[in-house]
Design a protein. Structure first.
Length: 439
């Protein structure tokens, strides 16, 4: 009888545990982070799941940002959408236009009774995801900016001052050429996310417009006008020339250029500050950090950089209880210690002022020189209409087209001037197509 009693108690305990597990509401989170970043993201979900017993966040990698967006749109039409979707910043315009499909974060937090103050988040980040009335539509998550990574060992081998990163494009090109000419490396510098670096941030950093209507932030009737400023054409022409001498090498779209720096092949890399986790994990040389280079013959430069990365969009069509869990998860992600740890381990910006202040007070920036480079860039000056950000419909496709045109110039199929002109003309056609479909 005693043995049966013990077994009965054990069975009761197992049934109780099973009942608790069954009672958990599952929250699906589709994301586009692989490798080291994916592991850190999954760690956040696990910590939330361990902190309470009502909800279980299940992260699922769905490919690159464009791939996950496409998958989510198809899933929504089939009624199989996730609760949360990570969308990169250039998808903001597309999701804003699909207002019926999204549950605005500010509205969600109010509906579920979660404490939420948009003013506690960094303005340089939230401005990208707010309406003209100031309503926050998506939750800032992994926000970054372009920074310069450089191989200090390669600098020293080429006779350069490893303590001084290049500040201007002229200095960067000169250092890159010296590194290649000395035989230190075969690649002076390269870049990830070509359009983000060499058109979008390039323009903002020099306070030049990309388009009318405050770069699309004030309306979908924006018109691309970056050709008129002459900056993009000048820069693309320089890239073509620098490539001929070996100072610059094009290594593809998205972040495919990253391994060229991590392996030590390229001496410098213009990359997202969010690339820090991968670089720290893979580079076996001393890494230096610097701000984006600028052209010193352009008055007012540098201005401020704009963010990249992604935000979390909540999709409609789920039950009410699950949205309470989503709101609690977003509150969890906003905690200063969680945000501070995410920022410190990945290189992404701390999205709240409290997380930044706590990180600074801890001495992290003193112990890790360069870790605050992206923060300094986005807050360097008060954003203008040219440097607040950008918001265009069809921009995922437009950015791909911009990179096609840059590749045509680098490949010698057309001049840099013609490539920029074509990029602007084709871009405006795509903007008008989106506008006509969303009137």
């Amino acid at each position: 009888m005693k043995k049966i009693g013990v077994m009965g108690a054990a069975m009761a305990a197992l049934l109780s545990m099973a009942g608790q597990a069954a009672a958990q509401t599952e929250i699906q989170w589709w994301h586009s982070m692989a490798g080291e970043l994916g592991q850190k993201l999954e760690g956040l979900a696990s910590r939330f799941n361990e902190s309470q017993s009502d909800y279980k966040v299940v992260p699922l990698y769905r490919g690159t940002y464009p791939e996950s967006m496409t998958a989510a749109i198809a899933a929504f039409r089939a009624g199989e959408q996730p609760h949360i979707l990570q969308v990169f910043e250039v998808g903001t315009g597309t999701f804003m236009a699909a207002r019926d499909a999204v549950y605005p974060v500010q509205e969600l937090m109010t509906d579920t009774g979660e404490a939420f103050d948009p003013a506690s988040y960094l303005p340089a980040v939230t401005g990208y995801y707010q309406t003209g009335d100031g309503e926050l539509l998506s939750f800032p998550f992994n926000s970054s900016s372009v920074i310069l990574y450089y191989n200090k060992d390669a600098f020293e081998a080429a006779g350069l001052d490893a303590s001084q990163p290049p500040k201007t494009w002229g200095e960067l090109a000169e250092a890159a050429q010296k590194i290649v000419s000395s035989g230190t490396k075969t690649c002076g510098f390269t870049s990830t996310w070509p359009a983000w670096v060499n058109l979008e941030n390039l323009s903002a950093w020099h306070n030049k417009p990309i388009a009318t209507q405050q770069n699309g932030m004030a309306g979908f009737d924006a018109v691309f006008n970056f050709e008129e400023a002459g900056l993009v054409g000048k820069h693309w022409a320089n890239l073509v020339e620098w490539q001929k001498g070996g100072a610059y090498q094009y290594r593809g779209r998205t972040n495919t250029a990253g391994p060229s720096f991590n392996s030590g092949e390229c001496a410098m890399l213009l990359e997202s500050s969010g690339g820090r986790a991968s670089i720290s994990a893979n580079a076996d040389f001393d890494v230096g950090y610097g701000m984006m280079p600028y052209y010193d013959d352009i008055e007012g430069a540098p201005q401020n950089s704009i963010i990249g990365g992604a935000s979390l969009w909540v999709l409609r069509g789920k039950d009410e209880d699950s949205y309470k869990g989503v709101a609690q998860f977003l509150t969890f992600l906003s905690q200063p210690d969680i945000q501070g740890e995410w920022h410190q381990s990945t290189g992404y910006l701390p999205i709240t002022q409290a997380a930044y202040d706590a990180t600074k007070a801890s001495g992290f920036y003193d112990k890790n020189p360069g870790a605050d480079t992206a923060i300094k860039e986005v807050t360097l000056n008060t954003p203008t209409e040219n440097s607040r950000g950008l918001r265009f419909g069809n921009y995922v496709q437009i950015r791909t087209m911009f990179e096609e045109e840059l590749e045509a110039a680098l490949g010698g199929q057309k001049s840099a001037e013609d490539a920029v002109k074509s990029a602007q003309e084709r871009g405006n056609e795509m903007l008008r197509e989106f506008e006509s479909q969303n009137q």
